[in-house]
Every structure is written in C-alpha cells, then in structure tokens.
Design a binder for this molecule. Sequence first.
Ligand SMILES: [Zn+2]
Length: 481
Amino acid sequence: MSTNNEPKGTAAIHRPAKADDFSEWYNVLIDQAGLSDKRYPIKGMNVWTPYGWKTMRLMDSLLREQMEGTDHDEVCFPLLIPEDQFQKEADHIKGFADGVYWVTHGGLNPLEVKLLLRPTSETAMYPMFALWIRSHQDLPLKTFQIVNTFRYETHQTRSFIRVREIHFFESHTCHTTFEDAQAQIAEDLEVMKILGEQMCIPYLALQRPDWDKFPGADYTIGIDAYMPSGKTLQLASIHQYKDNFSKPYDITYETEDGEHKHVHQTTYGMSERLLGAIVGLHGDDKGLALPPNIAPFQVAIVPILAKGKADLVMPQCEKLAEELKQAGIRVELDDRDLRPGKKFFHWELKGVPLRMELGPRDIENDVVMAARRDTGEKIQITRADIAKTAIDLLESIRVNMLEKARTILTNALVEVFTMQDVTDLEGIGKGYWCSEEACGTKVEDETELSLIGFDPDHNGEGSCVVCGNKGTRMAYFARTY
Ligand SMILES: [Zn+2]
C-alpha cells in the first residue's frame, strides 16, 4: 500500500487551528499530510514526498493538456546558462543579479566563463530561438517546459510559497507582430481561467505597475490568489516582451517581402505556488481538502469489517474499487489493519474528496455509504449507480469548492477612497490611482500594503486614493507574500 511507505514526518507536532495561526497551521499541515519534507539540509530546497509529487504531477498534466490544446510544443533546455548569454538584456540582469546561483568550477579548475543555474529560461532559450527561426513560416513558435529553476531567496522560506528550488512551468512564444503576441496573452488568460476552475482557485488578473513588472518586459499581468492570512499570493505571471529580448538576442524572421524583422515575444510562468494556494484556501482543521481534478486518490474505500465477515466484505470492496477504476476514477482501497475511525481520520488529513464505506449491512442493502470531504455530508448511494454517482459527486465537490473560495475572494474586496481606508484595510482594496509611481511608493512606505496592480480593462475616473488628483486606473492594494 502506498500509504504505508511514506517518510515519517513530525506527526507529533501540534497543529494549531487554521483560524488561530494560519501560518503555523499551513507549515505543520504540509508536513503531516505528507506533501513535502523540509528537513533537507538546504533551506527552501524541499523534498517532494510521494503524495505531494503525485499531486503536483497531476497539476502538471492539467497544464500539459492545456498547452497541447493550444498548439504549444514541450521542450527541455539545459539547467546551466553561460554568464555572457545571461548578460545580454540589461534590465533582465539587473532584476536577477541578486538572486542567482553560480557554478564557478569544473572539478578543481575555475571555469573561464562562469555558469549560472537558470532562474528562468529566457537567456537559455533565446540564442537557440535565433537559430531556429528563419522565416515568417516558422512563426508563431510556441514552446513550454516544466523544469526546476533556482533563485537565491534571502527571505524566510515557506513550502511551495517561497522556495529556492522552484518547480516551474514556463511557456515562451515568438510572433511576427505585437498584435499576434497580444492574442497570445489573451489565450494565456483563457488557459488560466480553465486551470483556476479545475484547481478550484479563484484569482485576480491585474496588470503590474511598471516598477513591479518582470525585468525586461513591456508589461506584466500578475495572477493573484487571496489567502486566508489576508495576503495575496502571486500564482502566475504573463509577460508581453515586445521586441525587448529579440533585439539583444537577434531573433529575426524574413517577411514575405524579404525584409528582416525582430519577433515579438511573450512568456507565461507558474509554479508550485498553485499547490500552496490550494492547501491554504481549502484545507481546514481536519487537514487538506484537495480538488478532485488533482487529488491522487479521488475516492478512498474503507471496509467495515464486522467480526467474521471479512471474507464477505473484502471481495466486495475489491469489486467496488475495480468498478470505480474502470470508470476512470483514482481510487484507493484502504485494507490496512486499522480501525475504521483511524482510517477516516487519515483520509481527511490527506484531503481525499470522497470517502466510501462498505460493511455487511450495506452489502445486504445493496448500498454504499459516502462522505464528502468538502461539506462532511454523508450520502447513501445505490450500489448499481455507484460509478455514475461518484463522478457526479466529484464534479459537485469541485464546483462547491470553487464557489466557496470565490465567495471568500469577493468578500475580501473593499472599495477605498483615502489613504486612511488603505491603512485600515483588512482585505484587498480597490480604488482610483493617478498612475504616478510616487503614490505607489507612498503606500508601500506608509502602510503594510502594496499597490499590486490595476485592472487593464477598467473604464472610468475618480480621485487618486493617495494624492487626490484625477486617476483613470482602478488599482488594487493588498498585503502580499
Ligand atoms: Zn496619485
């Protein structure tokens, strides 16, 4: 049984209630639920344990499905980047200079050209794109990879949220024109919408102010979730590069008229922060609650073995498991020699969306008892309808989890009109902004909040929350991770 082979965590550590100490609850839960082991001797480089890795791989497969559905090709570039290639785009280097790991030696010999561990892969990919792209017929070029990237994080690390070795998704595209690149960004936002629904993560998509955009980007759209700690967590970002990288990296194509032009580029990045958001948004005092689409086990079957009835119950449980598997459901039959109550506790901690129980009386009555992880509701299901009902229930759990989290985000949004409103804010503030950086800086200097971005589609005007001058941008203010 996979559930028996897991590393021994620190189960003895007390897990506080989520409402009392969210931060400690989060840290202890990740450990106790077996998602990750942070006892590796480098801070921020955690070990993916079997259950966590299964969950992450399922999230990756949802991503791959979206990428394939939008004609992206998967690639895999080297981890090491030569220093001279990295230094071609000035803003990019400036943005990452403090945060890279260097490889300076090969064996005992100092390297002539230092190498760095990729913090992101623009500078690894773009010299190759320059070789791959010749004519307009090679465009659009749409690639992605799911790899580990490295950033030397100096702040306190936290599993899935702030790490030094990042499980990273990055798509990189090249287009003939700025407008084509804009259409790519619209497609990326559509992909984000689908993933958010599948993973039960509601979010805000906001254009970052210029001082906070990705180094080298023309503009950046950040995807932020709202965590129960009252802080927003950036889950993903989408960047319009224009020709900012294609010029220094000389990525050109020949037009139909024989003219040579620079390509326009976009990128889309995401990480295991998606999993951090799921833990934080949906977990409770019983443990994790995993959305059905990413749960390694969607159904856990617990046999109720009355004395002398094991020979009757176990084959029926195996038959039930097989039937659910045939219907495409990920199922685990818990045949461990433990009391049912202990097993219930275990599967609640693991966040399995649906638990089923089967005992002699159920078999006699041709029913299966089920319990939903999201609501705790118990349901009696007719044995003959089990596969169809289970599929319907899993979908109903997904919808309910998404709605619940959406309500939390909606309720957190507060209109703000003055700096005092921002200072007093508990959730996320929305208010007009004059577009001046000085007003953003003032918010950061005088409150615990930041101006995290603005709604790129907003029409209207009002007085800037900070300075009172006319503003046309609807800005968002929040505490952030
Ligand atoms: Zn202002």
